[in-house]
Design a protein around this ligand. Structure first.
Ligand SMILES: [Zn+2]
Length: 394
């Protein structure tokens, strides 16, 4: 597809994340199942006719099932609706050193999980992921697969769907989606991990009514995703939101992207480990978990390292808030493990450095792994709809 005609870009990038009525029906259904059409109308406030056509569509797509008939006091017998338990999704979270693979249902519930290592050769690496997914599938014979959603530590070009940029993953330029599609023979969708986490909150979380939000992942690197006026910011090549590589200093160690002074080199878990090493004159802790444990046991050097990391995170937020003016900033990743220590520092830095307007609310997603995987499911569910909407121009 020629990207210059503007068609698919506009159709995908400019459309809001959710089809409001359809999503409202799905949400009411998911939270209250089994539930009748009449009850959905009462709880959602939508017209009966709107609900009927949405529910018919969902049944046709096999997302929703008509189940038992319930006898009510007045003797009427509404047909009850439930989400289709037999429809499953494969999800994957591809990180720099490992891929976590899982099976989820349409409710976002995890049913199975496995892990495979990441190896440098892209063909062999992606084959391992496919093998892991097929292995998971073999545990659920007789079920139907909606597709596979993948969140990964990199940026995916929306047009070619190839990995366009990933300083910490050695598979740039490789056709991950095509290879998985061929191996699994189902729809496969890829998305950046930060975008996936934000989508997870929109689909399965509590972001009702929030139009402007930024999500920041702090682990090996620093990633970001932004919800702008209700739409996920993507950019021309899917690279928008790489705040980890905004310069915050003119010195420091060289980043994997090739530059010096990137925010990621001062605010990531790797930076915290470096600070600890500096504090302890070359010793330190080999993993961020060990650093956190040290800090929790009262180690002063570990506390100082975390404080320094938190201050740098706060400094970078000036750029984020100046660009997006978000009402909500969500943090996910290692940093949330000791949020009682780092949260107040980040909040204080934010207050000190805010450009203007009301201070955004800061919150954390404590289960980052689940958010990435649920996000991968949300990507698939969202694209399923947008695929239908835009199939005419595809
Ligand atoms: Zn960089």
């Amino acid at each position: 597809m020629n990207s210059k005609d503007g068609g698919p870009r506009r159709a995908q990038g400019g459309s809001p994340i959710r089809d409001n009525n359809r999503d409202l029906v799905l949400e009411v259904l998911r939270r209250n199942q089994p539930i009748s059409r009449v009850e959905i109308a009462r709880k959602s406030g939508l017209q009966r006719s709107t609900i009927s056509s949405i529910v018919d569509g969902l049944i046709e797509e096999r997302w929703v099932r008509e189940g038992s008939v319930v006898k009510t006091e007045r003797g009427r017998r509404p047909t009850m609706l439930t989400m289709n338990d037999d429809l499953l999704l494969l999800v994957g979270d591809i990180r720099p050193t490992k891929a976590i693979l899982a099976v989820v249902d349409l409710n976002g519930k995890f049913l199975d999980r496995t892990m495979v290592p990441i190896i440098a050769d892209p063909k062999q690496g992606v084959d391992l992921v496919a093998e892991g997914m097929r292995h998971l599938q073999s545990h659920f014979r007789g079920k139907t697969w909606e597709g596979a959603g993948i969140s990964l530590a990199g940026r995916v070009n929306k047009i070619t769907q190839k990995l366009a940029w990933a300083p910490n993953l050695p598979w740039v330029g490789f056709d991950i989606r095509g290879t998985l599609r061929k191996a699994l023979k189902i729809q496969v969708e890829l998305e950046n991990a930060a975008n996936a986490c934000l989508l997870s909150e929109v689909w399965f979380g509590h972001m009702e009514g929030i139009q402007s939000a930024v999500l920041i992942t702090i682990s090996e690197g620093v990633g970001a995703a932004a919800l702008v006026n209700g739409s996920l910011m993507e950019g021309a090549d899917g690279l928008a939101g790489e705040f980890g590589h905004v310069p915050v200093s003119d010195s420091g160690p060289r980043c994997a992207c090739g530059q010096v002074g990137c925010w990621e080199m001062f605010a990531s878990s790797r930076a915290a480990l470096r600070y600890l090493q500096e504090e302890m004159k070359g010793k330190g802790a080999p993993t961020i978990q060990e650093l956190m444990n040290l800090e929790a046991s009262g180690d002063e050097a570990a506390r100082a390292a975390l404080n320094r990391q938190a201050e740098w995170i706060g400094r970078g937020l000036r750029v984020v808030t100046a660009v997006f003016n978000p009402e909500l900033i969500l943090f996910v990743g290692d940093i949330t493990l000791r949020w009682d220590v780092v949260g107040p520092i980040i909040n204080a830095e934010l207050t000190r450095r805010l450009v203007g307007g009301a201070q955004p609310r800061i919150a954390i997603l404590s289960d980052g792994e689940a958010a990435r995987l649920r996000g991968a499911a949300a990507v698939l569910l969202q694209r399923h709809i947008s695929f239908k909407r835009t199939s005419a121009i595809r």
